[in-house]
Design a protein around this ligand. Sequence first.
Ligand SMILES: Nc1ncnc2c1ncn2[C@@H]1O[C@H](COP(=O)(O)OP(=O)(O)O)[C@@H](O)[C@H]1O
Ligand SMILES: [Mg+2]
Length: 298
Amino acid sequence: MSYSGWLIYNAGLISKKFTEMNRWYEQAGQSINMEVTSIKNTEVYAFIKENQLFVDGQKNNPDFVLFLDKDIRLADQFERLGIPVFNSKETIDICDNKITMYQILAQHNLPIPNTIFAPMIFPGNVEADAAFLDFIEKELSYPMIVKEAYGSFGAQVYLVKNRKELEEKNRDLLHIPHLYQTLIESSVGRDIRIHIVGDKVVASMMRSSIEDFRANVTNGGKMEAVDPPESFKKLAIQASLATGADFSGVDLLFGKNGEPIICEVNSNAHIKNIFDCTRVDVTKDILQYIKVQLTKNS
Ligand SMILES: Nc1ncnc2c1ncn2[C@@H]1O[C@H](COP(=O)(O)OP(=O)(O)O)[C@@H](O)[C@H]1O
Ligand SMILES: [Mg+2]
C-alpha cells in the first residue's frame, strides 16, 4: 500500500537550508512509494466547527504527518483526529523544554548532569533570591552551565564562573524558564551527536570546538564521523525511547572516565550536518520507519 503524508514545517523557517531539507524528505518518500507534501503550519487551519475538530489544508486528510515543526497545538489537533504524527505531540513537547526533558530522563534513571530548575517568578517580582543562589552554590561548583528551557544551536546556553556572573544571569533570566547545571569538565567543547530512528542508531558524529565550551557546529564545532562505543549507542537509544521519539538526535557528553552522559534529546534534529559529515541520509531511515509503523497498524 502507498501512503501519502504531510510534512509540516514552520512558516518562519523558509531559509534555503530548510526548504532543501523538505525536498530531501519528498525525494526519499518517492524512492519508497510514499507521497510527501511539504506544507507550512500556517497553511493548515486547525478549528472546531459545530463541536467537531477539523484540519483544513484544502486537501484530503493525510495518512500520516511528518511533524518537523514545534507547533504542538497543530500536532495535537492531528492526533485528536486519529492521524498518526511523527514525532508525536508529546515527544516534541518534552524535547522542546529542557526542564521537562531532564525530568523525564531522570525518571528513567538515565545519566544526566546534576541540574537545578529555576523557580517560576511572575513579572511583578524583580528581586533575585539570595537563598536560592546560595543553594545553587552549595550544590554546584564554578564554572557551571546555565540554560534556558527553550533554545537551540547553543545560543541559550551560558557558562557562569563566579557569584557575580551567577547573580547577573539569574537577574537576566528571572522571568524566563531556565536551569543551572554541573559543567562536565571532561567534555568541554566536545560531544557526540547520535541520530536514532526507532530503536536503532543510524548515524553518529563527534563535534569539537577549540573556541567555545559549546560543541554546536553553529559555534564553530568541527564535525567528524565516528563509530561511538557501545555504551554511547545504548544510552542514546535509551534516551530517545524515554522521550517517546520515533526519531531524534541525541547529544552525549564525555564523563571523566569516558562514560556517556546525556546532554539533550532533539526531536527536531537537523539532517543536513550529519549528511555532510557522514553521507548518511537520515530522511530515508525516517520514512522507511514510518512506513513500517503504518503498515503494522493498518
Ligand atoms: N553540562 C554540560 N557540560 C559540558 N558541556 C555542556 C553541558 N551542557 C551543554 N554543553 C555544551 O553546550 C552545547 C549546547 O548545549 P545543549 O544543551 O545541547 O543546547 P542546544 O539545544 O542549544 O544545542 C552542547 O552541545 C555541549 O557542547
Ligand atoms: Mg544540542
